[in-house]
Design a binder for this molecule. Structure first.
Ligand code: ADP
Ligand code: MG
Length: 209
């Protein structure tokens, strides 16, 4: 869905067995990331369901069994579909979070902030109404206290701010077309000097009955 909306996402495929996970790692390339896939698990890392930097298909196969066991021990009633396998994103990206939610008064709103630990500790985020105008996207970034981290500090290169703005606009467009999406979290989006790449996303969609 995100790829169709023009959002750059890491190739991600589902494996239901260790053998299938290893084959996917072979095809997608190592080092790989492996993540639990379950409709009952929202925070995969908290559930012991994420393994990063797996160097070989054999390591991916072993991690499949470890992750399934670890998650089952913590959440015995969760329905586990398998794992998703992705190539690791290049190092050095700045973690950004983009979120969408529905406000009781205003309807769909979009949020952007610095990701990882920073979003929980500093709550350094900016909000706007959807649909977003290009100017809104620009202003959201300038509102962030952590903007210097995106512009580059202490010899660290800055990230592609235009690409972050473009991402916000594409997410806004997606929501304008799909108002049944009640929540959307891209966390993290990795921002690099020349592009952005989303490595984790979660959507909550309303179903008409
Ligand atoms: P969750 O948010 O459900 O715990 P994530 O998919 O976000 O799971 O993975 C946890 C963290 O692992 C991310 O915030 C990111 O720092 C890192 N990560 C996840 N996938 C990749 C990837 N493909 N390449 C590099 N780092 C990744
Ligand atoms: Mg995440």
């Amino acid at each position: 869905m995100l790829a169709a909306a023009g959002v750059a996402v890491t190739p991600t495929e589902l494996a239901r067995t260790a053998v299938a996970a290893a084959a996917l790692a072979e095809r997608l390339g190592c080092p790989a990331a492996l993540k639990i896939v379950s409709p009952d698990i929202v925070h995969k890392s908290d559930a012991g369901g994420v393994r990063l930097g797996l160097a070989s298909p054999a390591a991916v196969a072993a991690a499949f069994d470890e992750v399934m066991r670890a998650v089952r021990a913590r959440q015995p009633t969760a329905h586990l579909e398998g794992v998703s396998v992705q190539p690791m994103a290049p190092p050095g990206g700045v973690e950004v979070i983009v979120g969408v939610s529905v406000d009781a008064q205003f309807g769909h709103v979009i949020m952007c902030g610095l990701g990882g630990v920073l979003v929980e500790v500093l709550r350094d985020v900016a909000f706007r109404l959807i649909p977003l105008q290009p100017r809104d996207a620009r202003e959201m970034l300038t509102e962030l206290h952590g903007l210097p981290l995106l512009r580059g500090v202490r010899g660290r290169p800055g990230v592609d701010l235009r690409a972050v703005e473009e991402l916000l606009l594409r997410v806004s467009q997606l929501i304008a077309q799909r108002p049944d999406i009640r929540e959307l979290d891209l966390n993290p989006v990795l921002a690099y000097p020349d592009r952005v790449l989303t490595v984790d996303a979660r959507a909550l969609v309303t179903v008409e009955r």
